[in-house]
Design a protein around this ligand. Structure first.
Ligand SMILES: [Zn+2]
Ligand SMILES: [Zn+2]
Length: 131
């Protein structure tokens, strides 16, 4: 049984990059959250700031983890703790250079073909402040 990463209560699996956004079922994309911190007012499904915050955290982790410029499928599978089949699927549509797949492309793909920035949080805060 998993515990909520925020409060420690019994938790469900949350996909940081939602499945509907192209999120993949791999360990780093999973966050354990109780019902309240998952579906409640401050949770990522109802609160855009929380959602973006979790995505920025994941994106940072991926940049730290995949710190080389290029990766081969096997290496990528090891780094992300996924099987080679999944890694192969992941890079299927990416350009294969002779050194391997570019980590920037892999991260972009893992983030659901989106790049997240800190300012996305601020934009929302300003919106709240003016509300
Ligand atoms: Zn909780
Ligand atoms: Zn969720």
């Amino acid at each position: 049984m998993y515990k909520c990463e925020v409060c420690g209560r019994t938790a469900d699996k949350h996909h940081i990059v939602h499945r509907s956004q192209g999120g993949i079922d791999f360990p780093l994309n999973i966050k354990h959250l109780c019902h309240e911190h998952h579906r409640g007012k401050t949770g990522p499904h109802k609160n855009r700031t929380t959602d973006i915050q979790y995505k920025l955290e994941l994106q940072d982790k991926l940049h730290t983890l995949l710190n080389k410029e290029f990766y081969k499928e096997e290496e990528l599978a090891d780094s992300l703790r996924i099987n080679t089949g999944m890694a192969r699927k992941l890079v299927k549509e990416l350009k294969n250079h002779k050194e391997g797949y570019r980590s920037k492309d892999i991260i972009y793909r893992l983030m659901g073909e989106k790049e997240y920035h800190e300012y996305m949080l601020e934009e929302f805060c300003e919106f709240i402040a003016n509300f």
